[in-house]
Write a protein that binds this ligand. Sequence first.
Ligand SMILES: NC(=O)c1ccc[n+]([C@@H]2O[C@H](COP(=O)([O-])OP(=O)(O)OC[C@H]3O[C@@H](n4cnc5c(N)ncnc54)[C@H](O)[C@@H]3O)[C@@H](O)[C@H]2O)c1
Length: 252
Amino acid sequence: MQIKDTAAIVTGGASGLGGAAAKALAAKGARVFAFDLAASIEKAEEIEGVTYVEADVTDGAALRTAVDQASSSDVPLRIVVNCAGIGPSARILSKNGTHDLDLFQKVVNINLVGTFNVMTLAAEAIANTEPLEDGQRGVVINTASVAAIEGQIGQIAYSASKGGVVGMTVPAARDLASQGIRVMTIAPGIIDTPMLATVSDEFRAGLASGVPFPKRLGRPDEYGQLAVDIVEHDYLNGDVIRLDGSLRMAPR
Ligand SMILES: NC(=O)c1ccc[n+]([C@@H]2O[C@H](COP(=O)([O-])OP(=O)(O)OC[C@H]3O[C@@H](n4cnc5c(N)ncnc54)[C@H](O)[C@@H]3O)[C@@H](O)[C@H]2O)c1
């Protein structure tokens, strides 16, 4: 599908992978609506073609307003990239007691329910657009993680949420096939984004040494490139692509 002259929603679009996807899609001529929290938008770089919209993916009413804004520009909404997410660490049992249930629910609510929420509202808007010649109307790209498959110690809530994103891929692609909407999931390994900003250089080097090849962390622009490739490749649908340099996470 051609990216030029389409509108795109990118959640978590003010930082990291979402920021890179927003930039890559805007460079290809999309009108990008980057949904994010106010605190992240304040720090975001200005990018031509990218409009920042304050929207919490767990807030149904705010999200509907934001999707309405993205679908009422003069080009049709055809692209959604879901990147909003959080990744706190906590074990099922630790010396402080059991995993906090509120924290578990919060992670699942943002990473999984938020992704579902955006996909659903945006799919409704995309389904109302005129189809292209081949019947296609749009593409949804969700972001899981390799932690969906091999979560590390302390990633129980994060892995559960990302496993849910992987699990939605095939039924979502099937549900939306009759509207001509493809659904794909990217499962990144370790990408050098603000999510990793707090770790030391030594820890970062340790992470990089575990990647078979290329022996480095992934770059956000490589995620942006893959998002563009998925939109442009019409036969990619209902699948999960790992973006990880062949990394398989160890227990810790
Ligand atoms: N960086 C990695 O190595 C990596 C690896 C695997 C998966 N991921 C996933 O990629 C996605 C992006 O991660 P990132 O590394 O770019 O992190 P990031 O922290 O740089 O960006 C995440 C963005 O999501 C936004 N966000 C958080 N909660 C939100 C909410 N309720 N509503 C709207 N926006 C919200 C944040 O404000 C932030 O701008 C996440 O889903 C993350 O789990 C990242």
